[in-house]
Design a protein around this ligand. Structure first.
Ligand SMILES: NC(=O)c1ccc[n+]([C@@H]2O[C@H](COP(=O)([O-])OP(=O)(O)OC[C@H]3O[C@@H](n4cnc5c(N)ncnc54)[C@H](OP(=O)(O)O)[C@@H]3O)[C@@H](O)[C@H]2O)c1
Length: 283
């Protein structure tokens, strides 16, 4: 495993394991236990995934020392305010069964996220969180927060894969010392990514799969990845990307697959803002 050093000196694994769309407790707990056994140390959950307890149960049963783990959870829009964030953080910690969190992220750039950020800055200064960051902050929102906040976000987790490479957004993150992290690093299986002819042809040269080449491409450009799978064999496959290096030519060939837009979600659409704000995770 390789690590990146965040803008506050904290080391973060370059590869982790995501648990979006695994709401069933038993399935999620088993998946996290399997991922820890495979060697993943970063686990990415969220209040809005409804599986923080299952993640916590797997952590509690694991023999991996707490200091080796890097646990991320996220604050949902409904709780995006100063008071809301303080309360939601404690609820997440209770569900996870943790005394400190490695990374707390604002899940969406919506509602009173400045109030939430001030609460997160305080929790960080109190030592309850090792790093604070954001998700889905497109360059305009990210720069605005970086310019106005007391603490610059350590991480911005956005959709990043060969079909939505976001080179410009990554350049802005790097300019402001914000570590890019990829959600949907396998494009959530879209665009026939696992059998894509270009990715498959490159993969064959290295004795790897299209999934492995896809993940390697992101880490090679300095992006943290958190692929999700409920299948242990795929977890192993996705983790076996540290024994090869893509050539500059192959990196460029993969860069050329960029469509320049998401096929999963359009964060600039009015409908998306309506839909996300309407998604409630508690009363
Ligand atoms: N901040 C945000 O707004 C946000 C949004 C989305 C996701 N995320 C985070 O990012 C993580 C990863 O993104 P994601 O879960 O959306 O999508 P993803 O990791 O790009 O893709 C997951 C899909 O690919 C399949 N898969 C995984 N490895 C495979 C392999 N080697 N061969 C074939 N199929 C494979 C999985 O199926 P099986 O499980 O059946 O194997 C699943 O259907 C999430 O789990 C979550 O933690 C964050």
């Amino acid at each position: 495993m390789e690590y990146v050093t965040l803008n506050n000196g904290v080391k973060m694994p370059l590869e982790g394991f995501g648990v979006f769309q695994v709401p069933e407790a038993a399935v999620c707990e088993q998946a996290v236990s399997d991922a820890l056994a495979v060697g993943y140390r970063l686990i990415d959950t969220a209040a809005a995934y409804f599986n923080e307890e299952a993640v916590g149960a797997a952590i509690a049963k694991s023999a991996v020392p707490r200091e080796e783990l890097f646990i991320t959870t996220k604050l949902w829009i409904q709780d995006a305010s100063y008071e809301g964030a303080k309360k939601a953080f404690q609820i997440s910690m209770d569900k996870l069964g943790l005394t400190y969190l490695d990374l707390y992220l604002i899940h969406q750039p919506m509602s009173d996220y400045y109030g939430a950020w001030r609460a997160m800055e305080e929790l960080y200064k109190e030592g309850k969180i090792r790093a604070i960051g954001v998700c889905n902050f497109y360059p305009d929102r990210l720069v605005d927060l970086c310019v106005n906040a007391n603490i610059t976000p350590a991480v911005n987790q956005v959709e990043l894969h060969p079909f939505f490479a976001q080179e410009g957004a990554i350049a802005t993150m790097k300019e402001f010392t914000v570590q890019p992290e990829a959600w949907g690093p396998l494009a959530e299986g879209k665009h026939e990514i696992f059998t894509h002819p270009v990715l498959t042809e490159i993969a064959q040269k290295y004795g790897k799969t299209a999934a492995q080449v896809t993940l390697r491409w992101n880490v090679q450009r300095g992006v943290v990845i958190i692929p999700k799978s409920i299948h242990k064999k795929r977890m192993e496959e996705n983790f076996a990307i540290w024994d090869f290096t893509l050539s500059d030519k192959d990196m460029a060939t993969i860069n050329a697959l960029d469509l320049g837009h998401s096929e999963i979600i359009d964060h600039s659409a009015a409908e998306t803002a309506k839909w996300l704000n309407g998604w409630k995770i508690h009363e």
